[in-house]
Design a binder for this molecule. Structure first.
Ligand code: SF4
Length: 436
């Protein structure tokens, strides 16, 4: 019996950590960290290593399930499932038009290179226009913020942690969440090394987070006031050390407008809102502006707040106006991972839809979906409601606020198709559950 060794990678989050799979008789029997992987270098977290248990879990979906008239799920063939779904979809579109079809996309699809082109193409062929995603709950602000500053949704300058002297991390806990939107398999190792070589690592967070017990220190802040801190720091830097003249000369626009905005956020006022002492904010501003290199990153804690887009915009300004954009130890300025793709939204016109819920950004491309919190309302609209919904690797019943409303809405659909590796709370309302 010969074991086959196969190099592979974890699909759960950004770093795509390297794994080595052992396959015997077409069965996966072992999964180990790939110590020769050039990026992850033998690191995998529990989620990666437990891929073996998930793969061999008898509860994992391995064949399509169809809901019977009695409400039970029974296994059916792919041909039967796809044939029936196609026929019902066709009938719904013929009767109600393409507005009757919608999709909800969950987070795991973000790490599947084929998902976007294939499912996007499927929906476009149908003529469907209603796209929802979990991203509107936790990261749409980043796409909108980068589009406003850089003209593309996919450019997110990443902190150059390994060379930075000052690392500002707002609203995230890297020891637990690995830092989103960047591929750093084991961020705490890098942050520990940064502290060991004398860099400051500052977490702005309402909690005493686990990361600070490994490396760095927490500046406690009143929840959801990060935008005031960023505005206050910029106000103070402009007033004291000044903005980086070369950055402003080469790339700055509308600085007077920014200054007019910042004028409302002197440090004493910001201190009252954020509950961070004025002296501490002053020190943060001074240290960030005068460090030989400084970088900044923010994540879910700010993204999900009331002013996530403005906070991200101000974070970009903080990095740019201190001369740290594109500087070693600052934030990397890449050309965006879809530099030549229209999917990046680079230069795409900002189109808005008039909807029963007000003006909403037209969905499409990377990062722009209809708000997930409105999905139940779209399903129950009087005029042009959603009647057929595809849910891919998502669980909106549990992840979108208003569970009861969502359950009632899903229950009223004519066709619900869920694609996932397990049955979940949303799939209990499905007509078909397809294995991912
Ligand atoms: S950090 Fe964990 S979940 Fe993310 S890719 Fe690596 S092993 Fe997978």
């Amino acid at each position: 019996m010969t074991d086959k060794i196969q190099r592979t990678f974890c699909r759960v989050c950004e770093p795509a950590c390297g794994l080595v799979a052992t396959v015997r008789d077409d069965r996966l029997i072992a999964l180990a960290p790939d110590r020769e992987h050039p990026v992850s270098r033998g690191f995998v977290c529990n989620k990666g290593i437990y891929g073996l248990d998930i793969h061999n879990d008898p509860d994992r979906l391995t064949h399509p399930l169809k809901r019977t008239a009695a409400g039970e799920f029974v296994p059916v063939s792919w041909d039967e499932a796809l044939g029936d779904i196609a026929a019902r979809l066709k009938a719904l579109i013929e009767k109600h038009g393409t507005g009757a079809v919608a999709s909800y996309t969950g987070n795991p699809t973000a790490f599947n290179a084929l998902y976007g082109p294939s499912f996007g193409s499927f929906m476009r062929q149908l003529g469907a226009r209603k796209f929802f995603s979990s991203g509107t709950q936790d990261c749409s602000n980043k796409f909108a913020g980068s589009e406003a500053v850089f003209g593309t949704r996919t450019l997110h300058p990443l902190p150059d942690i390994d060379r930075s002297d000052y690392i500002l991390i707002i609203g995230e806990n890297p020891a637990v969440s690995h830092m989103s939107f960047m591929s750093l398999p084991n961020p705490m190792e890098h942050l520990k090394a940064a502290v060991a070589r004398g860099a400051r690592v500052i977490y702005v967070n309402p909690r005493r987070i686990e990361s600070a017990s490994i490396a760095g220190e927490v500046v406690p802040i009143r929840p959801d006031t990060d935008v005031y801190l960023l505005a206050g720091m910029l106000h103070e830097i402009d007033r004291t050390t000044g903005f980086d003249a070369e950055s402003v000369r080469r790339h700055g626009r509308n600085l007077d407008d920014l200054r007019r905005f910042l004028a409302d956020y002197p440090i004493e006022r910001v201190a009252r809102v954020t509950a961070i002492p004025a002296e501490q904010i002053r020190a943060l501003a001074h240290e960030f502006a005068t460090a030989s290199s400084a970088c900044a990153h923010m994540s879910t804690g700010v993204n999900m707040g009331r002013q996530g887009t403005l906070a991200y915009w101000l974070l970009h300004m903080l990095v740019f106006l201190t001369g740290n954009l594109g500087r070693a130890g600052g934030n990397f300025y890449s050309q965006g991972f879809y530099a030549r793709s229209t999917a990046s939204g680079r230069g795409a016109p900002e189109e808005f839809l008039e909807t029963p819920f007000g003006q909403i950004r037209k969905p499409g491309g990377v990062g722009i979906s209809l708000p997930g919190t409105l999905m139940a309302d779209y399903i129950t609209l009087q005029d042009d409601p959603i009647r057929a919904l595809f849910v891919n690797s998502g669980n909106p019943v549990l992840s979108i606020a208003g569970e009861e409303r969502m359950r009632a809405a899903l229950d009223g659909l004519d066709l619900l198709v869920c694609v996932d590796i397990y049955r979940n709370a949303t799939a209990e309302y499905a007509d078909y559950i397809l294995p991912a």
